[in-house]
Design a protein around this ligand. Structure first.
Ligand SMILES: *[C@@H]1O[C@H](CO)[C@@H](O)[C@H](O)[C@H]1NC(C)=O
Ligand SMILES: *[C@@H]1O[C@H](CO)[C@@H](O)[C@H](O)[C@H]1NC(C)=O
Ligand SMILES: *[C@@H]1O[C@H](CO)[C@@H](O)[C@H](O)[C@H]1NC(C)=O
Ligand SMILES: *[C@@H]1O[C@H](CO)[C@@H](O)[C@H](O)[C@H]1NC(C)=O
Length: 475
């Protein structure tokens, strides 16, 4: 019996080699020894056999205590994968790392991702922290290009053709863009090009990308090909906010010592689902359904549409392929039960920062410096937002006329088209805006579509420069 199977493996391998035109003997012997190992092991679940190595890249794109939740999400994901059996050398973490010991943290050195959750901060590797959590390092890490790195641990996705890569990212975003802790932007076309390069380098068998951010669908829509074995799932579609979870005053109640949201709806949904199942028996597609229900708009005041992009065929793969599984979950097979909605009134990513300042203000004793500080932060944030709102509105009106100018802020291209065709135009226009009008800031990312629409309408660089100068400098 065993000889038959070995013979079949050999034949398959030879056929495979003919197709790719070379004989790959080391990989053949690895396959046979792996096969023998599994033959000798417990009968077990057929999905226990995994060829290749699991890699994970975890990225929190924000900083500042008001954004507690993004780093909490990423720390939690690290613990989950570690329990699943991934080796620390194969998990790479990007986080600013300014939360655990922030003066506002009621439990110094501890980060939690749910009201009664464990400390998820312990043992998280500090691979790329502070300003090393930047775009250049992110792309260097994905491509496994150590000479592109500056600072950080030097760990990269040093993956091969049989390996499986899981990327999870949590932060603020906007149409066609997500932010990094270094305050730079990751543009969708650059990210997609890096993923295509990784594919051309034959550096993975399959990849799964979980993305939590506002308008996260716009990072992949019309951009991620079906043919490069990448399956992306996003917290929101291309035109809506994503939502924070476990916020002050929401049910389930968090300790009043916290005046921040502890997690994000989509993120805690997939992690809490993964923690309660034998991941050898739950597929990516099954998890998508559970998470989609829990994140859905109908469930709460705030909700978003969980979307999928890329290679849908990968939805049939088991979560085990990417996340491993913890033996503690062996008895939790997939239940059909609908997960309980996590939140009653989720708070949008863009509202969560304001909520923090507001709560800090309300809780601080009258006339305390803390109260004054919170008040200042709140007023600053609100006035900055109003300034950005006004400047963009006025520029659009100047370019398109009073009435069309307002419509062009929100016009959405149809039929699954990407946000913009000419990405270099978008980047140039953002630069022009920031040169004349100051930083867009994380809040201003929501205007990426307004700026993209200027490019799509063939506004020239000169027109954009003139308009920005007129609104922001001459006024
Ligand atoms: C690696 O990064 C360096 C520095 O950015 C670049 O010059 C080089 O072309 C990259 N190598 C590959 C293989 O992409
Ligand atoms: C995207 O979300 C918005 C807001 O929730 C909704 O109106 C729209 O129908 C959604 N579009 C898709 C394609 O899901
Ligand atoms: C799972 O169930 C079996 C049989 O009831 C039991 O022996 C085992 O200890 C359980 N495993 C865990 C991790 O609870
Ligand atoms: C912009 O220019 C392109 C190329 O010249 C043209 O095909 C397109 O129709 C123009 N779009 C608009 C909105 O004028």
């Amino acid at each position: 019996m065993i000889h038959h199977i070995l013979g079949a493996l050999l034949l398959l391998e030879l056929l495979g080699s003919c197709i790719i035109g070379e004989h790959n003997l080391p990989s053949l012997s690895a396959k046979i020894s792996k096969f023998l190992e599994s033959e000798g092991g417990p009968a077990g679940n057929p999905h226990d056999i995994l060829e290749g190595t699991r890699w994970a890249l975890l990225v929190a794109g924000s900083r500042g205590y008001e954004n507690y939740r993004h780093q909490a999400d990423v720390c939690h994901a690290f613990q989950l994968l570690k329990k699943g059996g991934l080796r620390e050398e194969n998990i790479i973490v990007f986080m600013y790392d300014d939360i655990a010991f922030d003066a506002d943290n009621p439990r110094p050195g501890v980060i939690i991702n749910s009201p009664s959750g464990d400390n998820v901060y312990e043992g998280v590797p500090k691979d790329y922290t502070g300003d090393n959590a930047n775009v250049q390092n992110l792309f260097g890490v994905i491509l496994g290009n150590t000479s592109a790195l500056t600072g950080g641990s030097g760990k990269v996705l040093d993956s091969g053709p049989k390996d499986h890569i899981f990327i999870y990212y949590s932060d603020h975003g906007g149409p066609g863009v997500v932010a990094m802790a270094s305050d730079e932007f990751v543009y969708a076309d650059d990210l997609i090009n890096v993923l295509k390069q990784k594919h051309q380098g034959n550096a993975y068998a399959s990849m799964v990308f979980y993305l939590e951010a506002c308008e996260s669908g716009s990072m992949f829509e019309g951009l991620l090909p079906e043919t490069i074995n990448i399956y992306a799932i996003t917290a929101a579609n291309a035109t809506e906010d994503s939502f924070a979870a476990y916020c002050p005053d929401d049910y389930p109640y968090i300790s009043p010592a916290y005046d921040v949201c502890l997690g994000d709806v989509y993120s805690v949904s997939w992690m809490e689902d993964s923690e309660k199942h034998d991941l050898r028996s739950e597929t990516l597609g099954q998890q998508l359904q559970v998470v989609r229900r829990r994140t859905a708009v109908e469930n709460s005041e705030g909700g978003s549409h969980v979307m999928q992009y890329g290679s849908p065929v990968l939805s049939r793969e088991y979560l085990y392929t990417y996340m491993g599984t913890s033996t503690l979950n062996d008895n939790y097979t997939l239940s059909k039960r609908i997960a309980t909605p996590s939140t009653v009134k989720a708070v949008s990513q863009r509202g969560a920062d304001l909520l923090h300042h507001q709560h800090k203000f309300n809780k601080a004793p009258k006339d305390s410096t803390r109260r004054l500080e919170a008040q200042k932060q709140l007023l600053n944030e609100i006035s900055n937002r109003m300034l950005v709102d006004n400047k963009i509105k006025k520029i659009s009106r100047l370019l398109f006329g009073t009435k069309r100018g307002i419509a062009m802020l929100h016009t959405v291209r149809t039929g699954g088209q990407p946000l913009v065709d000419d990405w270099s135009c978008l980047k140039t226009f953002v630069m022009i805006y920031e040169e004349h009008c100051g930083s867009l800031s994380r809040y201003g990312l929501k205007y990426m579509r307004a700026i993209a629409n200027m490019c799509n309408a063939n506004i020239t660089t000169e027109q954009m420069s003139m308009a920005a100068a007129r609104i922001c400098i001459m006024n």
